[in-house]
Write a protein that binds this ligand. Structure first.
Ligand code: HPA
Ligand code: ZN
Length: 327
């Protein structure tokens, strides 16, 4: 069979997707109508045509604008249910999904509204499509450490529905160390830990070092700049760190480097997974499209694709009994 058919049939797990970044232009139209929210654009096509970005900041501006459309528990339910329905059709068996509660609570939307809608959708999608999923709560790094702490306190009644914590949004000037306190609280509560070290950010090597040495991060989201520093590569291998790589933003932020980056990670003996990040804003490239793109870019073999997919199941934050069902 063709490599495309091989990728279609591959059992998949996604470990790096932002639920708010799965908001499709079509759902935006529906939410705008439902919530009586004026939109600049009058069609889904026009919305998509406006999706141009060239770096993290210009991407985040689009993402934050879209977030405004999410208001009610039903909105969060629809967002999550539609993502899970879509990827279940791509043979994604398991997904760990980021969400950014502070982008909602700072607009006056209760934490409970956000997590209740998402959790209901996760259960419905498991019932309807058999897809399992869990939630990783991200802190918005340009907001204060105090705000992150308050958010963790708000999450305490819902910790059964949250498997880990992460760190995302605007990285410049917002190192992992800024959040040492809230990450220590999360670890003490038994949550897993990951964090973004986005591509080519200022002080990226120091951010990666802090994630590895100071914050006990179990994964690094993106983290491609690890390749610039042999000592960081060695440290990541020693700690068996998984790097959740997302071809879509990388191809925009550092065009033409996908082959070198992916081959570099593999040749360095690092554990990587391939993920979608924000498919609603990235040409609706969900898991299958991202794996196809990575395969073509780096000439990945079937054995490499299988190993990448296994990395995701191996490092998923699930009990071993569940893991054995997938592997
Ligand atoms: N990096 C940082 N913040 C984000 C991202 C990302 O990839 N996606 C959504 N928020
Ligand atoms: Zn991300």
């Amino acid at each position: 069979g063709s490599i495309a058919a091989f990728i279609d049939a591959l059992p998949k797990a996604e470990l790096h997707v932002h639920l708010e970044g799965t908001l499709e232009a079509s759902l935006k139209m529906e939410l705008a109508h439902r919530n009586d929210h004026p939109l600049k654009d009058s069609s889904a096509e026009a919305i998509r045509a406006g999706y141009t970005y060239h770096d993290l900041l210009s991407f985040l501006n689009l993402y934050y604008e879209g977030v405004e459309l999410l208001r009610t528990e039903q909105d969060f339910y629809d967002l999550c249910y539609q993502y899970l329905r879509k990827v279940a059709s791509q043979n994604v068996l398991y997904a760990e999904m980021f969400f950014d509660p502070q982008l909602h609570t700072r607009r006056g939307i209760p934490f409970a509204t956000v997590i209740t809608g998402i959790t209901r959708a996760r259960k419905a999608a498991e019932r309807d499509f058999g897809i399992r999923s869990q939630l990783i709560m991200c802190f918005v790094r340009e907001m204060s450490a105090e705000s992150a702490d308050e958010t963790f306190t708000q999450a305490l009644p819902y910790l059964d529905d949250i498997i880990g914590v992460g760190l995302d949004s605007y990285e410049t000037g917002n190192p992992p160390a800024k959040f040492a306190h809230v990450f220590a609280r999360a670890r003490a509560a038994g949550l897993h830990v990951t964090m973004h070290c986005d591509l080519d950010q200022e002080n990226t090597h120091e951010h990666i070092r802090q994630a590895l040495d100071d914050l006990a991060s179990e994964r690094i989201d993106h983290g491609l700049n690890v390749l610039d520093r042999p000592e960081l590569v060695a440290r990541a291998r020693e700690r068996d760190i998984v790097f959740t790589i997302c071809p879509s933003p990388n191809d925009v932020i550092r065009p033409g480097c996908g082959r070198r980056d992916l081959r570099g990670m593999l040749d360095a003996g690092l554990r990587i997974t391939i993920n979608s990040d924000d498919p609603g804003y990235m040409n609706s490239a969900y898991m299958t499209e991202c794996l196809r793109s990575a395969q073509q870019t780096a000439d990945l073999t079937r054995a490499e694709l299988l190993a990448i997919s296994r990395n995701a199941f191996d490092s998923a934050w699930i009990p071993d009994a569940e893991r054995r069902q997938y592997l």
